[in-house]
Design a protein around this ligand. Structure first.
Ligand code: M6R
Length: 601
């Protein structure tokens, strides 16, 4: 979603600010813009499309303060006019915004009556005019008054030409992070543009307003009381957020999976077995229900947890997508454990679900990759997945690490409830070995030719059964989001209840078919698909040579215990989607219409 960067302090080149904005490209956007002070006035450059276009348009000037923005359109089509920054009637105020102002129509009517002139179709422009309306010489006071009139979600950064050395920022519902370097303060939607300047950051909390100056910042709550917010140390290095010679972030991040798994396992694999210190204080022994809530890929990881833990215990486990969960009358109590999974820790629907269940008395464990993100601060405890920065919009190494962390969570929960057997011991051994197995798989995997054969098909049906069904869902999501191919996923047993009508030679089936306990069942479903003349690609385990006699193409992964196939199959579905996207001429890192961090509902 929209990305914000602001800098104030010692004079800087504005193309530096635009380069910092590029670090937020991965969040997804359709236009970009920048505002800075030039000869005592606000100067603005905006453009539809890539930040590179903006770079080509800007002048080689310096400024003491500037704000920059990538827009992901919600109100008004993507174009130069609707791009941020927006200004007031005097042109002295410039503002960037991430979020949605729900009462913008009423506010606009009020402002129109007061004589304000609007030029864009955005909800954001009302904020600039409202600040103008409330401004009496003190920008902070004007923002404080203005945000009280806004309903909805916002992260804003504001500048005023009468105060060329300050920025004012405010947040409610959308994230904002600050970092203080030697001679400047930097503000951004997430930490990626900041780590170049400092690794110590502060996350603004709901309702916070901040005044940023050259060497200092002050934060107040929504009533104007000074507050002190915790400083978090981020140990991501800048290089981790670079492509390092790879064509795309997505493939780089897939190749980083072995190391990412190692980082997720550190301290969690012990002599005594799987341990999550974060949950030491949690009464996992007496939990009666578990509810998992997440969106997209994170939801698929949650489903794997359900299949895994449910198989080995009698705990009631329910999984829901957050956008549904938050509007249901969910029954939770102090014997319910809610697990909220969010790579970014900022997904609006997941965050709201956390708030709802916490009010109802449930304990919430967050699983996230971003230290200090909103969900981690609002949950009772966080289990970090330690995948390092993921820039590609498509979740890859973070999906793998979500699975790893969820397996560890499931195993330690079972162990603490005195459920442990040979099968779980083998799962655990496999998990410990998985970085090595991933390395071997990623080094030897060669499916370029296969991807090239399939790249022009316009439809795919992904099927799986049991714990391998989420892999089918994730495979279809990966393919559709970066290749724009109509990929759909079904539990294989459901094919005959409708979707099989779609199958013909133009509609290949991608079957997740390891020799696990439902293997014979999925083989029958493969046969049913073949009978409709669909081509079949199957992923199965090494040693299952027999399957190649039935299907058109086979991809092999190392043999694994039944429970662990979702993990070892992940790179296959990711690389298949990556190759097809690249071969079709798309940029897999920046799929159209999508955002990495979905901060609006
Ligand atoms: O940051 P989150 O894990 O909460 O994001 C949820 C989804 O938006 C996300 O998993 C999305 O589906 C993936 N980027 C798709 O690859």
């Amino acid at each position: 979603m929209c990305g914000i960067v602001g800098i104030v302090g010692a004079e800087f080149k504005i193309d530096e600010l635009v380069s910092d904005l590029q670090k937020l490209e991965y969040r997804g956007y359709d236009s970009a813009g920048i505002a800075y002070i030039e000869n005592g006035r606000i100067s603005i450059t905006k453009t539809l499309g890539r930040i590179q276009n903006l770079k080509e348009k800007i002048k080689p000037v310096t400024s003491l303060a500037g704000i920059a923005h990538t827009r992901w359109a919600t109100h008004g089509v993507p174009n130069d006019i609707n791009a941020h920054p927006h200004t007031d009637c005097t042109g002295k105020i410039a503002l960037v915004h991430n979020g949605i102002i729900e009462n913008y129509v009423e506010l606009k009517e009020f402002l129109l009556e007061r004589g304000h002139k609007f030029i864009s179709d955005t909800d954001t422009e009302v904020i600039a005019h409202l600040i103008e309306e409330n401004y009496e010489g003190d920008l902070y006071r004007a923002v404080l008054k203005t945000v009280k009139q806004l309903n909805g979600a916002y992260a804003i950064a504001v500048m005023h030409s009468d105060h060329p050395d300050i920025l004012v920022a405010a947040r409610k519902g959308s994230p904002l992070v600050l970092g203080k370097a030697e001679d400047k303060v930097i503000l951004a939607s997430d930490v990626t543009p900041i780590i170049k300047y400092t690794k110590d950051v502060v996350f603004l909390e709901e309702g916070d307003i901040a005044i940023l100056k050259e060497r200092e910042y002050k934060i107040t709550d929504s009533n104007g009381n000074l507050v002190v917010r915790k400083v978090y140390h981020i140990n991501w290095d800048e290089a981790a957020a670079e492509k390092s010679g790879y064509k795309h972030f997505m493939i780089k991040e897939i190749k980083e999976e072995p190391e990412a798994i190692e980082n997720a396992l550190v301290g969690r694999i012990t002599q005594e077995g799987p341990v999550l210190n974060e949950l030491k204080e949690f009464d996992l022994e007496n939990i009666e229900k578990i509810k998992l809530v997440a969106c997209g890929t994170s939801y698929h990881a949650a489903l794997v947890f359900k299949y895994f833990v449910e198989k080995h215990s009698d705990i009631d486990i329910e999984v829901d997508v957050a956008s549904e969960f938050r509007y249901r009358n969910v029954h939770v109590d102090d014997k319910t454990l809610v697990i909220a999974i969010s790579q970014s820790g900022e997904t609006a629907d997941t965050l709201e679900s956390v708030r709802i269940v916490k009010k109802k008395g449930a304990k919430v464990v967050a699983i996230s990759n971003v230290v200090g993100s909103t969900i981690t601060r609002e949950s009772d405890v966080t289990v970090y997945m330690n995948a390092g920065p993921e820039i590609g919009v498509a979740a890859t190494k973070t999906y793998v690490n979500q699975l790893v962390v969820l397996y560890i969570l499931g195993m330690s929960l079972l162990k603490r409830r005195n459920i442990w057997n040979e099968e779980l011991e083998n799962d655990y051994k496999f998990l410990k070995e998985s970085p090595k197995l991933f390395r071997k798989l990623l080094e030897s995997l060669d499916i370029d030719e296969l991807a090239s054969y399939y790249k022009n098909y316009n439809h795919f049906m992904y099927i799986g059964r049991g714990i391998n069904y989420p892999t089918a869902l994730e495979g279809a999501l990966k393919l559709k989001e970066i290749s724009y191919i109509n990929a759909t996923a079904y539990p294989a047993g459901e094919l005959k209840h409708g979707p099989i009508a779609l199958l013909d030679p133009t509609f290949p089936v991608f079957a997740i078919a390891p020799q696990g306990y439902l293997y014979e069942k999925i083989k029958s479903n493969i046969e049913e698909s073949k009978a409709r003349k669909a081509r079949i690609i199957a992923v199965t385990n090494e040693g299952n040579e027999g399957l190649s006699k039935i299907v058109d193409d086979v991809i092999y992964v190392p043999s694994a215990p039944d429970d662990m196939y979702p993990l070892i199959m992940s790179p296959i579905i990711q690389i298949f989607a990556y190759l097809i996207s690249d071969m079709r001429g798309y940029d897999p890192d920046k799929p159209r219409n999508l955002a990495k961090s979905v901060t609006v509902e």
